[in-house]
Design a protein around this ligand. Structure first.
Ligand code: C2E
Ligand code: MG
Ligand code: MG
Length: 415
């Protein structure tokens, strides 16, 4: 551990346009200046490095990672509690991305870049994400992460966020996908992109996935008890499809909970490596009532005709084709022909990475069955998924006679 850390924190207003319409430009700027002033006044040594239209950059110091994390939580608290007197629609909400590095390290640009990367992740992390550069050696870093994983699972540091999938025609939530996160005591939030590959290589993906499966079954039961008996999907790493021990353990858990509505999302690349045993094991899951979806379709090299040999009911088009859907010439053609071919093969199609109303409208016209993405909801904690489902119920009662997509843009951005 180092003798002190430099922290760079970026605070971005996530509802800038909405509040600007309500307060006006000048009042909004005043409110932001006031908040920045509060932060530098309240936290000794905090400096305002720069402020843009909807962004503020602060620099702090802290003794160690724990103190740094606590200070960021306090800044977040300060930003929300300072606005409690305001009308709810005039309150600013923030995403905070931060990074810290040892004080001995002089590379401020690297620190700022890491804070920017953390800010990109903040929305998925519940508003605050942190990248720790003080553990500089990435090789050691990965090894440490791997060695810490069993303890982390046992200590309850892993948790799940859920992202709903919406049925386009029925305009209601059809299912939700579980996405794993790791709340590391020192590093802050670690996203799956940073540890799933390591878990795969180190043989820890099986226990991790069995933990996820149990958690998802428990959550699905809680959902059903609250009157929202929708299937929950989890991601199954492809390499597990060749692991007979994992398959047996997973099937035993599923058999013990015959009431659970479950789905597995499998990446297509996984299946190509060892098609024979993968297909056999996938049939085993399907026979246990698990709905199978092919994830990230298009990111690999396999053809749909080949994938049709799998007992999958759902095809998820990779977000790389969806996020640029309305600005690219090629992507709409690929998406449209994929939807048509999948339908001919009797599969339902989900588009992931739906971020704009324009993409949603185009996908609807193309006959896409299900959509998932930031436009509808980010991955959220279980409680927020329940709220999303409760509110949907209410809206459907009042809007059920309206034509498709009569809902305002704000509906899709809720949760
Ligand atoms: P995936 O299954 O394809 O999940 C979709 C990823 O896209 C998620 O990232 C999600 O947060 C993100 N995403 C959702 N909507 C949008 C959008 O509108 N725009 C953009 N740009 N991105 C969006 P996340 O949670 O970081 O997960 C990344 C990958 O990690 C997942 O990709 C999945 O392959 C893997 N993963 C997550 N949880 C688990 C798990 O429990 N087990 C295994 N084996 N893999 C997991
Ligand atoms: Mg997935
Ligand atoms: Mg995917």
């Amino acid at each position: 551990m180092s003798h002190g850390l430099n922290i760079s924190a970026l605070c971005r207003v996530t509802n800038f346009e909405t509040v600007r319409r309500i307060l006006g430009k000048l009042a909004l700027q005043g409110a932001l200046d006031e908040l920045a002033h509060r932060i530098t006044g309240t936290f000794g040594g905090a400096e305002l490095i720069g402020a843009g239209r909807d962004l503020m950059e602060f620099a702090f110091r802290a003794a160690d990672a724990q103190a740094a994390q606590a200070q960021l939580e306090a800044v977040r608290h300060e930003l929300t509690s300072r606005q409690e007197g305001l009308a709810p629609e005039a309150r600013l909400s923030f995403d905070i991305g931060a990074a810290w590095a040892s004080c001995d390290e002089g590379d401020t640009l690297r620190l700022l870049e890491a804070a920017e990367a953390a800010l990109d992740r903040a929305a998925d992390a519940g508003g605050l994400a942190v990248i720790d550069l003080s553990l500089a050696d990435r090789a050691v870093d990965r090894l440490t992460l791997i060695s810490e994983m069993p303890r982390a699972i046992a200590a309850g540091e892993m948790f799940l966020h859920y992202q709903p999938k919406i049925n386009v025609r029925q305009q209601q939530v059809a299912s939700a996908e579980a996405l794993i996160r790791w709340q590391h005591p020192e590093r802050g939030l670690v996203l799956p992109g940073d540890f799933i590959a390591a878990a795969e290589e180190s043989g820890q993906i099986a226990p991790l996935t069995l933990w996820t499966l149990r958690q998802v079954i428990a959550d699905q039961r809680r959902l059903a008890a609250e009157g929202h008996d929708i299937p929950l999907f989890l991601n199954i790493s492809g390499m597990l499809l060749a692991n007979a021990e994992f398959i047996d353990a997973a099937c035993a858990i599923i058999t013990a909970h015959p009431e659970a509505k479950l789905g597995f999302e499998i990446t297509e690349t996984a299946v190509i490596r060892d098609p024979e045993s993968a297909i056999r094991h996938l049939h085993q899951f399907a026979d246990h009532g698990v709905v199978l979806a092919i994830d990230d379709y298009g990111a690999g090299l396999s053809s749909l005709a080949y994938l049709k040999q799998l007992p999958a009911k759902e095809l998820k088009i990779d977000k790389m084709f969806v996020t640029q859907l309305t600005s690219s010439h090629r992507d709409p053609l690929i998406v449209r022909s994929t939807i048509d071919l999948a339908h001919a093969l009797e599969m339902e199609v989900t588009a992931e990475g739906v971020e704009t109303p324009a993409a949603l409208a185009l996908l609807s016209v193309m006959g896409c069955d299900l959509v998932q993405g930031y436009l509808i909801s980010r991955p959220v904690p279980f409680a927020a998924l329940c709220t999303f489902l409760d509110e949907q119920e209410h809206r459907i009662e009042t809007l059920s006679n309206r034509p498709v997509f009569s809902r305002s843009g704000s509906f899709w951005k809720r949760a």
